[in-house]
Design a protein around this ligand. Structure first.
Ligand code: MV4
Length: 449
């Protein structure tokens, strides 16, 4: 097992990883930018190293400085968390060449799954249902383009191969919009990712975003956990996640099988997530594979009673899983609300600044993963996530009531947050009925057609 792990991240996920390490008796190294010197992850770690100025490219994305911090502290592994370098193949490669264990999947898996068109091809070959579309990337000049598009059927969606998370996507309602949509998506993708490759898919109307947590060990064993419904998103940023979803037990079993098959197809190692889109007829299709621990991992920890970060670390250390899919349980209904430093009553504009006071929620069935404290200054340099508030109860309606109670206790002064959004959403009749799709916010909260 590792002796010392450097956490190449900040905020609540860095605190989360340090907590797992401390319970495992593993020493921890925190890295921080100059403005993060007073952060909670620095306080909780055994050692800390300043790796540069506030700007992420000079600090949390600065591979040379992070590796140097690992070298001078003698860390034998690096945990990348999520975001930053967590899905950076080059970083995983540099760790390997410096004989520092990268806590994550094989670098080839990160590379393969990072290219959305390659990921889709890999999954289709493995027999996982994928969304009907073009096998290869296309351009506006592709021969027989209109025939190919007509065969898939409108509405279509143009997607960037280097994209993901909704970046570089264009919906095509009909043939006359096709060429422009391709050119626009290519231009956007080239600018955003340095790779303008795009492909076509049949556009699914009002799908659900259903994802399965997976774990894989060094021997190729794989387990999956009950699904998470992550459909409530704003501009492709998840805001509320829950488990289980309202799919049928039969579909849960079938999709879990395909999630494990997808993991096996790439010999998945440590923790990952298989994302599916599910249409109104309960047809499901592979969307993406995320090769990192995700923000919403506590949803699965609470619903199944597993510590995913400890599992990720011990699997990365070469230990076998020691259990299988049949041992996984559903202990209740879990809901997570992401509390961001954004003013949800003013179009979610960022609201960085000093937290004057905070009253944290608590009580039975409540979990709060956070790095904030009274007097903490929320920087504008990084993502806006302040805390993840989770509840578990025996039934969904009880979990909703518990979440409403916990939200009513959660008081942060000095900055604005998304707490009002969560209170409104959990009181919404369509939400209560479970009528949740990826366009929920536009259609059910803001009343767009
Ligand atoms: C789709 C889709 C409908 N049809 N693909 C958005 C992010 C990226 N993961 C893929 N996404 C979508 N792909 C087809 N063929 C709808 C979305 C989508 C979405 C998916 C999951 C969660 C939220 C979403 C919000 C808007 C669009």
């Amino acid at each position: 097992m590792f002796n010392k792990i450097l956490i190449a991240n900040r905020g609540e996920i860095a605190v989360r990883i340090i907590r797992a390490c401390r319970e495992m008796g593993i020493r921890t190294v925190a890295v921080h930018s100059d403005i993060d010197a007073e952060c909670l992850h620095v306080k909780f770690a055994d050692e800390s190293v300043c790796i540069g100025p506030a700007q992420s490219s000079e600090s949390y994305l600065n591979i040379a400085n992070i590796i140097s911090a690992a070298e001078i502290t003698g860390a034998d592994a690096i945990h990348p968390g999520y975001g930053f370098l967590s899905e950076n193949t080059y970083f995983a490669d540099v760790c390997e060449s410096c004989n520092i264990k990268f806590i994550g999947p094989h670098k080839t898996t990160i590379q393969q799954m990072g290219d959305k068109s390659t990921a889709k091809k890999t999954m289709r070959k493995a027999g996982i249902p994928t969304i009907p579309g073009t096998e290869e990337c296309i351009t506006a000049e592709t021969p027989k383009l209109f025939k190919i598009a007509k065969k898939i059927g409108y509405p279509l969606i143009v997607k960037a191969s280097a994209g993901g998370g909704g970046k570089g996507m264009r919906i095509v309602p009909s043939e006359d919009a096709l060429k422009n949509a391709i050119i626009t998506a290519q231009t956007e993708a080239k600018a955003a990712f340095g790779n303008g490759d795009v492909y076509l898919e049949k556009y699914l109307e009002e799908p659900k975003h259903i994802e399965f947590q997976i774990l894989g060990d060094i021997k190729g064993n794989v387990v999956s956990y009950p699904e998470r419904d992550c459909s409530i998103q704003r501009r492709h940023q998840k805001l509320i996640e829950e488990s289980p979803s309202n799919i049928s037990p039969k579909l849960r079993k079938k999709m879990g099988h395909y999630a494990r098959l997808a993991a096996k197809a790439v010999d998945y190692f440590t923790a990952g997530t298989i994302e599916f889109l599910v249409d109104k007829k309960e047809n499901f299709y592979f969307m993406e594979m995320n090769t990192r621990i995700q923000v919403e991992h506590p949803v699965t920890e609470m619903v199944s009673g597993v510590d995913l970060v400890k599992e990720q670390i011990r699997l990365a250390g070469g230990e076998p899983l020691g259990y299988n899919y049949d041992d996984v349980v559903i202990k209740g209904h879990v809901i997570e609300c992401r509390i961001n430093a954004e003013d949800s009553e003013k179009d979610f504009i960022p609201s960085p600044g000093k937290i004057e006071s905070v009253i944290f929620p608590g009580g039975p069935g409540v979990r709060l993963d956070t790095h904030i404290y009274p007097g903490y200054t929320v920087p504008s340099a990084y993502d806006s996530l302040l805390a993840k508030l989770l509840v578990i109860d025996t039934k969904r309606e009880k979990a909703i009531a518990r979440m409403q109670r916990a939200l009513s206790e959660f008081e942060i002064t000095g900055i604005k947050t998304t707490i009002p959004f969560h209170k409104t959403t959990l009181a919404n009749d369509y939400f209560k009925k479970g009528e949740i799709y990826t366009n929920f916010i536009q259609k059910r909260l803001y009343g767009e057609k």
